[in-house]
Design a protein around this ligand. Structure first.
Ligand SMILES: [Zn+2]
Length: 296
């Protein structure tokens, strides 16, 4: 099928994938593949303190095991310093960047948290100070000042900021569909601003709900019972995929099936808006209950 639809999965290799990461991969894979598109894998390993290559290799093995193969070569952010530098130089050439020496404590003291979600919005303290070292921030246009503030493009320790790297990579990789968790919804305006500054064509951004434990907290790498190291010992890949398909509303009753069998069923209209609660115990209990009780 001829199409330029291109999706991607862009995990940080800071630990074993958990069920929430698998759901993100699955939805993104289905989104691209159901439209006859390509699905690329990018390893977001610019944070060398937290990322490890063996985690990345394990993650690739997990994707293969789950039946979510990617297309083409894997892109490693840690190998793209020259590309990020070139783009940062471009921003600097436009006079859009400046050094900021504020510490976290300075920011807590001088900034009002954003009304809606408590994010700290940088008040522009160092905008006109003319510092020659520190973190590099980008001047945002007026409409973003109150909601997002000038944001960091390169950290004080020299590491590339997520927002900068993700926009450059998605654009240069030809990504047309960015599918990710709702926790990243607030970064859309910042990223769209960078797309405009660089003159890149914007992708479509799609945000899916997050998986939460019964306490309502989103799953994270600390929820060990939901990580693939444990799940792979207990379940078949089809059981995990089927469970996620059921929890995301893609199928009405639980059954074990492969990702490719969901291509026809995939539709964003079936995926709920609210976060998805899952039982912290393992899959069969909830799977067994739900398949025995059609009213649930
Ligand atoms: Zn500052």
């Amino acid at each position: 099928m001829k199409t330029n639809i291109t999706g991607r999965f862009a995990p940080s290799p800071t630990g074993r994938m958990h069920l929430g990461n698998v759901m993100c991969a699955l939805i993104s894979w289905l989104d691209a593949k159901s439209q006859g598109g390509r699905w690329l894998l990018r390893i977001e390993d610019i944070d060398t303190q937290r990322c490890r290559r063996d985690y990345a290799l394990q993650l690739m093995d997990d994707l293969q095991w789950l039946g979510l193969p990617w297309d083409g070569d894997v892109v490693w952010q840690s190998e793209r310093n020259d590309i990020y530098q070139k783009h940062l130089d471009y921003l600097t050439g436009l006079g859009l960047t400046y050094y900021c020496k504020c510490t976290r404590n300075d920011l807590m003291a001088s900034s009002a948290p954003h009304e809606a979600d408590g994010r700290i919005v940088y008040p522009g303290t160092c905008r006109d100070k003319g510092f020659t070292e520190g973190a590099l921030r980008i001047r945002v246009p007026e409409e973003l000042e109150k909601t997002h503030g000038d944001f960091i493009v390169r950290r004080r320790d020299g590491a590339w900021a997520y927002q900068l790297a993700v926009v450059i990579d998605d654009a240069l990789m030809g990504i047309t569909r960015v599918v990710r968790g709702r926790d990243l919804l607030t970064s859309v305006p910042q990223q769209e601003f960078l797309y405009d500054v660089f003159g890149f064509r914007k992708p479509v951004f799609m945000h899916h709900p997050l998986l939460c434990n019964m306490a309502g907290q989103r799953l994270c790498k600390r929820d060990k019972s939901m990580d693939l190291g444990i799940l792979r010992k207990k379940y078949l890949p089809e059981e995990i995929i089927g469970y996620l398909a059921y929890k995301t509303g893609l199928i009405k009753e639980y059954e074990a099936l492969g990702a490719a069998e969901l291509l026809n069923a995939f539709s964003w209209s079936r995926i709920p808006d609210e976060d998805i609660m899952i039982n912290g115990e393992c899959l069969p209990a909830s799977v067994g209950q739900s398949s025995g009780n059609p009213s649930s």
